[in-house]
Design a binder for this molecule. Structure first.
Ligand code: FES
Length: 223
């Protein structure tokens, strides 16, 4: 789909935020995904024109990072962490259940093209392993059954609340947030809970402290 002049104007707004214009490329590609559903050829060409670089340079960046897709993602992006802690606590079983429910496999659209399933790496959310993401919002402590239930509710158009963030919107809305981060939702949902603070609480109860930081040694050139 041709990139509209309104979207090109938004690309220029992003460019204006950076001292070096090409630093704007990553959020520009998220903007492309928000309007196109993927990093389309038209989107690549529009980024290149606005930045004054080649389409090959834009393509090189967009194919390096896994968050940029070259195929339509659909309405919702589903991630399942399969790194060590999540994998050990059931992430692999969650992934298998979702792959069966959606009729797809890693980094691919569902049979109905409404969902995208992806194995993802550690989301720094191990406290609540196994973790699943929906449009990059957390669903904590999932099981195969609860993960499939999330998909069923989204497919039915029901409201789904992330466990540590806002109500699930859709992939397009999240991609727009990644292009223009101030979406007003930063304070939605629970940001920290007792489970996350358990280590700190126990350390305080036991009077534990971290060792001091050693004084910096003079470098050889200063000696
Ligand atoms: S291993 Fe899954 S969030 Fe860290």
């Amino acid at each position: 789909m041709a990139i509209s002049e309104a979207v090109r104007d938004e690309m220029r707004q992003i460019v204006a935020l950076y001292p070096q214009s090409r630093s704007a490329l990553l959020p520009m590609l998220h903007l492309v995904q928000s309007v196109e559903g993927d990093v389309s050829v038209d989107g690549i060409n529009a980024c290149a024109e606005v930045l004054g670089i080649t389409s090959a340079e834009v393509t090189a960046v967009s194919t390096f990072y896994t968050m940029y897709k070259r195929q339509k993602v659909g309405k919702h992006h589903i991630g399942v962490c399969i790194n060590t802690l999540c994998g050990l606590l059931g992430g692999d079983a969650v992934y298998a259940a979702l792959a069966e429910r959606l009729g797809t496999t890693h980094d691919s659209p569902s049979a109905d093209s409404q969902f995208w399933l992806e194995r993802i790496e550690c989301q720094a959310a191990c406290t609540h392993a196994p973790v699943m993401t929906v449009d990059w919002e957390f669903m904590d402590d999932v099981t195969p059954a609860s993960a499939v239930d999330v998909i069923d509710r989204l497919a039915n158009g029901e409201v789904v609340q992330s466990t540590r963030g806002p109500v699930i919107r859709d992939f397009s809305a999240t991609e727009r947030t990644l292009a223009f981060p101030n979406d007003g939702l930063a304070d939605e949902g629970v940001s920290v809970d007792d489970k996350m603070l358990a280590g700190l609480r126990i350390a305080k109860e036991r009077g534990m402290t971290a060792p001091g930081i050693p004084a910096a040694q003079p470098s050889q050139t200063e000696a």
